[in-house]
Design a protein around this ligand. Structure first.
Ligand SMILES: [Zn+2]
Length: 62
């Protein structure tokens, strides 16, 4: 049986990716997940990740 590879839009990079994880019904691609794990709190990109992740939490209130 052939498994269908579905594309999901990543909440962080906003690109269509096949591999990643679902967080609260939002998709986080493998690349961004790995990037976030590597990113230090002092890293310039950290606020960006937090900002993108906030989109997920805000949707929970809807
Ligand atoms: Zn991504």
């Amino acid at each position: 049986m052939e498994e269908e590879l579905k594309l999901h839009k990543c909440i962080i990079c906003e690109q269509e990716k096949v591999f990643g994880i679902m967080i609260c019904s939002e998709f986080l691609c493998d690349d961004c997940e790995a990037e976030m794990v590597r990113t230090d709190v002092m890293d310039a990109r950290y606020p960006f990740f937090i900002h993108q992740m906030n989109k997920i939490w805000y949707k929970q209130d809807a």
